[in-house]
Design a protein around this ligand. Structure first.
Ligand SMILES: [Zn+2]
Length: 347
């Protein structure tokens, strides 16, 4: 079914890579030291945050992320989750919180050997449980450099069993390797970042470009136009404002090549509908006429006025319709205080 869209409407936007668990991270206490490189950022920020997550914090984080997505016109998110001290059941908490708000989500547990073989086994089991129970997801791997070859092979096997792809960070920083992925990838895999991959890397799957995250982590420019893989756009956990991510993707390309046009980055945004076809039937009405790439590349303050997902109006007149946005924010603020206290204790 093709939607008939007015000039101020688009289908639902898709975020092809995010970390819903990080929605409460804004305002978190400063790390115990200033990270000097990408590994430092992982160790001092994200690998402390994920250890502090529990069921309650995750639930409030997920509801806030879903609300934030609605307010940005994103109707479908592809999530990569890690909470090493609370693994079993974690994916269902994310899925349930999103269903409450009415936003679609594909979520997966990022398996890793950073917490020993038991941690890797528990991550694989959570993916298997969620998919076996009919959850919408993939099989997650953190990244090849934190996984044993056997773990990577087990994830690929599990993905084949469920007929889904593997969702994995690849060559984000210069510490990562990808040799162990080479014989396993398939077209339904999601390869996140690819900053340090050679042009002819040979890996199959959709490459997901996250320009703001790459700049923020100072890992370099992925220059995704050089790959033969399909390319989609993600936020890597920094909200779900896909128009903003599109603008950044465009202007980063433009910085290096003035002949770059917005059509390239817009095509990456549209590739989200190949990954999450349901979103193409969603309808977002914007406070802006003529939703075309050249205009949007230079127009800020473009926001949805109404969002329809799966035929249901879930956002109207600046507010979510199925949930009380103010209540979600208040509960999220309380959960954030508890999270921040846990992080202070970990110093
Ligand atoms: Zn990521």
């Amino acid at each position: 079914m093709e939607l008939t869209l007015a000039p101020n409407q688009t289908p639902g936007l898709v975020c092809a890579h995010t970390h819903i668990y990080s929605a409460l991270a804004r305002g978190m206490p400063a790390p115990p030291g200033v990270p000097a490189n990408f590994m430092g950022i992982l160790e001092l920020v994200w690998w402390r945050l994920d250890r502090a997550l529990d069921a309650d914090i995750l639930y409030h984080s997920a509801r806030l992320a879903a609300l934030d997505a609605l307010e940005s016109g994103a109707t479908a998110l592809i999530d990569h989750h890690e909470s090493p001290n609370f693994i079993e059941g974690s994916l269902s908490i994310i899925a349930d919180a999103f269903a409450e708000v009415g936003v679609a989500v594909n979520t997966t547990y990022g398996v890793t050997d950073r917490h020993g073989p038991e941690g890797a086994a528990a991550g694989l089991a959570e993916n298997d449980r969620f998919l076996s129970e009919g959850g919408k997801g993939m099989v997650g791997l953190h990244a090849a450099f934190t996984c044993e070859p056997d773990t990577i092979a087990a994830a690929a096997e599990l993905a084949n069993k469920h007929g889904v792809g593997v969702h994995v960070h690849v060559a984000e920083g210069d510490v990562d390797t990808w040799d162990d992925l080479e014989d396993l990838t398939a077209d339904n895999w999601l390869l996140i970042h690819g900053v340090h991959l050679p042009d002819d890397h040979g890996l199959l799957g959709t490459m997901v470009h996250n320009p703001r995250s790459n700049m923020n982590n100072s890992v370099g420019y992925a220059d995704p136009a050089r790959f033969s893989n399909p390319v989609a756009l993600g936020t890597d956990g920094i909200g779900s404002d896909m128009l903003d991510e599109f603008r950044l993707a465009f202007v980063k390309g433009r910085e290096l090549d003035v002949t770059t046009t917005p059509d390239t980055a817009w095509g990456w945004l549209e590739a989200g509908w190949d990954l999450f076809p349901e979103a193409k039937n969603d309808r977002v009405t914007w406070n802006y006429e003529l939703m075309d790439p050249w205009r949007l590349a230079y127009s800020t303050n473009v926001h949805p006025t109404q969002v329809e997902i799966g035929g249901e109006i879930v956002f109207a007149n600046g507010a979510a319709t199925k949930v009380d946005g103010a209540e979600i924010r208040a509960k999220a603020a309380e959960a954030a205080q508890r999270l921040f206290a846990k992080l202070e204790e970990m110093k």
